[in-house]
Design a protein around this ligand. Structure first.
Ligand SMILES: [Zn+2]
Length: 275
């Protein structure tokens, strides 16, 4: 796969698109939001054109029209004003605001993780697809009726995201010897190595061993044969195992540990790290 320590472009500052007009209307989802002083918020919005950073003045005031829209996970139409001298963008108004409202801590934690992955990879050059995937995942989280469904959606989303980044393995053959895996289990120790058959992964065992059933679930998501997992049948052991593996591979793809991944592990009660 030819990369180590994260994708190129991770963590470079988010720049204002130079060709942006002074006044712009864009539909998007807030993927990062931090308070500035005690009145304002600095937000990062993902739209189909990519990431954009803007200031929502007054968004911390209880009476602000921008308050709900400036939360992570909120979807809205944003009216933006670009100061052409300073290159600074402000949110001048919002419309059709829909907060994430996942209602459960698990759903909020999972969305925060996805948002962090999207920011860390800058959409990986597939902004429109990443935007569609994030909206699809957001809808699935809003519909998810319980923790199990949240876990299935998490697994499906991360596998699709890794596919968009180009770092998902081939699911049906060993990356080292090329042998077809049939119904066998396989080792997924790292994004770089891909999936290894029992012979090639000799001596390794533990958390990153995928059973044949787990590989089948992964292939279903990768080939787009299933939606984002709410109705996918997975035994508990398969589901919990995949949650651990995809969290690990997602962090590996961006080259570092994420606090939001730690929070997801905590609220879902899964441990991190290979065993
Ligand atoms: Zn092999």
């Amino acid at each position: 796969m030819g990369f180590r320590g994260g994708l190129p472009g991770c963590d470079t500052p988010i720049k204002v698109n130079k060709i942006m007009r002074r006044n712009k209307r864009t539909e998007g989802v807030v993927v990062r939001s931090r308070p500035v002083g005690d009145q304002d918020r600095q937000v990062v919005i993902l739209s189909r054109e990519g990431l954009l950073e803007a200031t929502a003045y007054g968004a911390q005031r209880p009476s602000s029209r921008l308050g709900a829209a400036a939360q992570v996970g909120s979807r809205a139409v944003f009216y933006l004003y670009v100061n052409p001298v300073k290159g600074h963008v402000k949110v001048s108004d919002v419309d059709r605001v829909e907060v994430l409202g996942a209602g459960r801590l698990e759903g909020l934690a999972v969305f925060q993780l996805w948002a962090d992955l999207v920011v860390a990879t800058h959409g990986a050059g597939h902004e429109a697809e990443v935007y569609r995937l994030l909206l699809e995942g957001r809808d699935a989280l809003r519909r998810a009726g319980g923790v199990e469904e949240v876990e299935r959606v998490l697994v499906g989303w991360l596998l699709r995201f890794l596919g968009l980044l180009g770092v998902a393995p081939e699911w049906d053959r060993c990356a080292r010897c090329g042998r077809g895996l049939g119904e066998e289990g396989a080792w997924w120790g790292s994004v770089e190595e891909g999936l290894l058959c029992r012979g090639c992964a000799v001596g390794r065992e533990g958390a990153w061993w995928l059973s044949g059933a787990m590989r089948g679930v992964c292939a279903g998501f990768a080939e787009g044969r299933v939606g984002l997992g709410v109705r996918v049948r997975m035994e508990e052991g398969v589901r919990r195992g995949l949650v651990r593996v995809v969290l690990e591979r997602g962090e590996e793809a961006v080259g570092r540990r994420l606090a939001s991944a730690g929070l997801v592990r905590e609220v879902l009660g899964v441990s991190g790290g290979g065993g």
